[in-house]
Design a protein around this ligand. Sequence first.
Ligand SMILES: Cc1cc2nc3c(=O)[nH]c(=O)nc-3n(C[C@H](O)[C@H](O)[C@H](O)COP(=O)(O)OP(=O)(O)OC[C@H]3O[C@@H](n4cnc5c(N)ncnc54)[C@H](O)[C@@H]3O)c2cc1C
Length: 388
Amino acid sequence: MKNKKILIVGAGFSGAVIARYFAELDYKVTVIDSRGTVAGNCYSCRDEETGIMLHIYGPHIFHTDYEEVWNYLQKFGNWKPFINRVKAVSNDISGKKQVFSMPINLHTINQFFGKTFSPQEAQEFITNQADNSIKEPKSFEEQAMKLVGKDIYRAFFYGYTKKQWGVEPRELPASILKRLPMRFNYNDNYFSHKFQAIPEDGYEVIVKNILAHKNIEVKLNTPFAREMQDKFSHTFWSAPLDLYFNYEFGRLNYRSLNFEIIRDSGDFQGNAVINYCQEDIPFTRICEHKHFEYWREFDKTIIYREYSKLCGKDDIPYYPIRLTSSQKTLDCYIEKARQLKNVTFVGRLGTYRYLDMDITIKEALNTAQEVEKNLRTGKCQNAFYVNI
Ligand SMILES: Cc1cc2nc3c(=O)[nH]c(=O)nc-3n(C[C@H](O)[C@H](O)[C@H](O)COP(=O)(O)OP(=O)(O)OC[C@H]3O[C@@H](n4cnc5c(N)ncnc54)[C@H](O)[C@@H]3O)c2cc1C
C-alpha cells in the first residue's frame, strides 16, 4: 500500500493542486502545513468585526491567459471579475505631489509633464527622454534610464525599487526590468491577462474545496519532520528548499513584509491599491481591502500599510532575492536535491522563484502528471520538473 501513499508538505496552491490530482487517481494523500490555515500566502479571511475580506499576506488578484487554469479553478468556487487599477503617489516634473495611474500610461505621462500629448507625440517625447548613451544596460538603473529617461525613473522607479529590494537600484540586475514599463494609451488595467478575478468567498474557501476529497487528509499546525517520509512512497515539498536540507549551505535570501494595520470608518483612499514611490515615505503601498470586494458595501474600513524588509530567520519569506551573489548557494541546494529520488520540489518556496498563482497551478498540474506517470512506470524520479 505504501506505493500509493503521497506526502505533501505545504497546503498552498502548489500542495493542494497536486494533492487533488493524486487523490482523483485513488492515491492516499496526506497534506501537512505548519500553519493553522490552508492556502499558504494566498490566504484571505473575513474580519470578524467588519466582515471585510482581508488578504492577510498581501493583496492577491488572480490573472491569467491560461484557459485550462481558469477552467480548473471554476470547479472550486465563485470568482468575481476584478480589474486592478493601481494608483501611485509621487511628485510631478515641477515637484508637486500628485496621484498618478500605474503602470505609467498616457494619462501619467501627460499629468507628469503637464502636457496633452497624443499617443504618438508621447512616444516621440519619451524616446527623446531616454538615455541613448547607454548601449548595454548593466543594472536596473541603467535599464530604466535607457527605457524611460531620468525624470520618470526618479519619480516612479528609484525610491519604490530601493524600498522594495533594500538596495540601490544600480546594484540590481538589468533583467528585473525587461520591457518598457509604460503604455501610450489610457488603459489603466494593471494586468493585461484575459482572465482577472477574485474569489467571492476568499482564497481559503477555494483551496479548502480543492482539498475536499475522500482520499486527502489535511493536517494543519504540523511542521515537517524527516521521519514522516518513511510511510510514503513520494514527497512533494512546497516549503523552502534550503529548509529541507536544514540550511546546510546557508540561507537563501528573501524579502519579507510587515503590515501596519489601521481600522477606520468610511473610505480611506477610494481605491484598493495605492503605491508610494518616494524614498522618504517608508512604506511601499497602502491596500484598502474593502475595495477588492466592490460588490459589497461596508461602513468601516481596514487598511494595510506595507513595509518591505530583509527576511530574518523568524519572518515569513515573500520574495526570493535572486542576485548573482546568491546563485552559488542556490546551485549547492539544487545539486543536492537532484540526488534525491523520492522528493519533488515545487512551488515558489520549493523552487526559490517568484511565481504568480496561475503559473503555480499550471506547474503543479504538469508536475503531478509527470511524477504520477513515473511512479506508475517505475522510472527514475526527478527532483525538479521545472527550470529553476
Ligand atoms: C505580497 C505578495 C502578493 C502576491 N500577489 C499575487 C497576485 O496578486 N496574483 C498572483 O497570481 N500571485 C500573487 N502572489 C504570488 C502567490 O502568493 C504565489 O503564487 C502562491 O502563494 C504560491 O503558492 P505555493 O503553494 O507555491 O506557496 P505558498 O502559498 O507559500 O505555500 C507554501 C506552504 O508551505 C508551508 N510550509 C512552510 N514550511 C513548512 C514546514 N516546515 N512544514 C509544513 N509546511 C510548511 C507554508 O506554511 C505555506 O502554507 C503574491 C505574492 C506575494 C508575496
